[in-house]
Design a protein around this ligand. Structure first.
Ligand SMILES: [Zn+2]
Length: 380
C-alpha cells in the first residue's frame, strides 16, 4: 500500500510498477529502470527523508523510472528506487543499514532535544562573521585571509561562535544524561572512543550535511583537489569528550575520511594537543616520520583545524578539566573508487614522494655514471 498524491492509500499491483519489457533494464526482481532518462521530467526533492542513500541519488534516478511511474506519489517512487538500490548491497551490509536505521529511529522517537535551534543550519548564529565572509567570497584569497597554514595542507582558523559551542556542549551533556538515565545502549563515534556521540544519529544529520556542502566543500575544492576535496559526498559527524570521567587521549591513527574538520567547542582544559606526523597512503601508513613532518596543535575553543583524513595524528592526554570537540569526517566515494586503480600517490603521500625522489636520484646517478663511462671509452 502506498499513499498517492491526493493522500489516498492505493495498492500498487506488481504489474503496474513493472512496466513493459521494451527498453527496460532488468535489475533483478520486478523493479526496472529505463535505459534512457526522461530528460524533460522534473525530479522531486528527497532531501527531507531519512534514507540509507543520498537523497540526490533518488532525484537523479527518478528520470529513469518507467514513464507511467513518473507522476505517481513520491512515496511510491522512493520505495521502487530503494528496492533497486538495495539489490546492489550484500546481505550483511543491508542488515547493518536496516539495524542502524532502526537504532536512529528509536533515538529520534525517545530523545527530547534541549536546544532545538541547533538542529537546523543558522549560519549567522553558528559561525563567526570573519568565517562567513570568507566563505561568501569563496576564493582562495578570502580563505587564506582568515587561515594559518602551519604545515602544508593543515589549515587553522576561527570558525564557531561561543554561544553555539555552549549550546552544542549542553545538548551533548543532555544526551549523555539521557543515555545514562534510560540505559540506552548507544554506538560511540568510533572504536577508539569510549565517550562521545554521533550527532548524525540524534537528528543533526541534515544540519551537518549542509555544513559540509555549503561551508567545508568550498574550502576543500580549493585546497584538497588531490585528495577528493572536489567531490565530497557524505559525512560522519560526532563529538568526542576528553578529561575526568571521559576519554583521556587518542592513539596515533588516520581517519576514515578524505578531509577532516576538527573544532574545539571548549571548555576549560589543559593538554589535549593534537600531534601530526605526515600524510600517508594505505600502503605507507606505518612508514617512518620524515624531517619537517612533526607538528603539534594546541586546541583553542571555537577554532577549527582542517586536515587530510590520511594525515597521521593523535591527541595527547587532557591533563585537567574537560574538553569537547566537534569532528566531521568528509568522504568522497568517487575519490575512493579512483584510488583503487592507482598505486602512486606522490602528490600527497610523504612516503610515495620520498620513494619517487629516491628513484629519480638513483636514475640521475646511473645516467651520470653511464656518461662518464662512455667519456672514458671514447678518450682511450
Ligand atoms: Zn604512499
Amino acid at each position: 500500500m502506498s499513499q498517492n498524491q491526493n493522500g489516498k492509500w492505493v495498492r500498487i499491483a506488481p504489474e503496474q510498477v513493472r512496466g513493459s519489457s521494451n527498453g527496460h533494464v532488468e535489475v533483478g526482481g520486478s523493479n526496472r529502470l529505463c535505459i534512457n532518462p526522461q530528460k524533460d521530467h522534473k525530479s522531486e526533492s528527497y532531501e527531507d527523508l531519512q534514507l540509507e542513500f543520498n537523497p540526490l541519488v533518488f532525484s537523479s534516478l527518478e528520470q529513469y523510472l518507467p514513464p507511467h511511474m513518473l507522476n505517481l506519489s513520491r512515496e511510491v517512487k522512493v520505495q521502487y528506487m530503494r528496492n533497486i538500490l538495495l539489490r546492489y548491497l550484500p546481505e550483511s551490509e543491508r542488515i547493518r543499514i536496516q539495524k542502524h536505521k532502526e537504532y536512529r529511529h528509536r533515538i529520534m522517537l525517545n530523545y527530547p532535544p534541549l536546544c532545538k535551534q541547533i538542529y537546523s543550519m543558522d549560519a549567522e548564529k553558528f559561525f563567526t562573521p570573519s568565517f562567513l565572509r570568507a566563505v561568501e567570497e569563496n576564493s582562495e584569497a578570502s580563505f587564506r585571509s582568515i587561515m594559518a597554514e602551519p604545515r602544508k595542507g593543515l589549515y587553522t582558523f576561527e570558525m564557531l561562535q561561543p554561544q553555539f559551542c555552549e549550546m552544542l556542549m549542553s545538548e551533548v551533556d543532555n544526551f549523555e544524561r539521557w543515555v545514562h538515565d534510560t540505559k540506552f545502549r548507544i554506538m560511540r563515534p568510533n572504536i577508539m572512543n569510549q565517550y562521545g556521540a554521533v550527532l548524525d544519529d540524534f537528528g543533526m544529520e541534515s544540519m551537518l550535511e549542509r555544513l559540509m556542502n555549503d561551508f567545508i566543500s568550498p574550502i576543500s575544492r580549493v585546497f584538497y583537489t588531490e585528495i577528493g576535496g572536489t567531490s565530497l559526498d557524505s559525512h560522519h559527524g560526532f563529538v568526542v569528550e576528553y578529561g575526568i570521567n571521559r576519554d583521556v587521549e587518542l592513539g596515533f591513527h588516520v581517519d576514515d575520511a578524505e578531509v577532516t574538520l576538527n573544532i574545539c567547542l571548549g571548555n576549560e582544559f589543559s593538554g589535549g594537543e593534537l600531534f601530526f606526523r605526515g600524510v600517508r597512503c594505505d600502503e605507507h601508513v606505518n612508514s617512518d616520520i620524515q624531517p619537517g613532518e612533526i607538528f603539534d596543535y594546541p586546541h583553542v575553543p571555537g577554532h577549527a583545524i582542517l586536515h587530510p583524513g590520511r594525515h597521521r595524528h593523535g591527541a595527547r592526554p587532557t591533563t585537567s578539566g574537560n574538553r569537547m570537540n566537534l569532528i566531521i569526517w568528509c568522504r568522497s566515494s568517487a575519490f575512493r573508487e579512483l584510488k583503487k586503480y592507482r598505486k602512486d600517490f606522490s602528490s600527497w603521500c610523504g612516503e610515495c614522494r620520498r620513494k619517487k625522489k629516491e628513484k629519480e636520484r638513483l636514475l640521475v646517478m646511473a645516467t651520470q655514471q653511464e656518461l662518464m663511462n662512455r667519456g672514458m671509452q671514447s678518450a682511450s
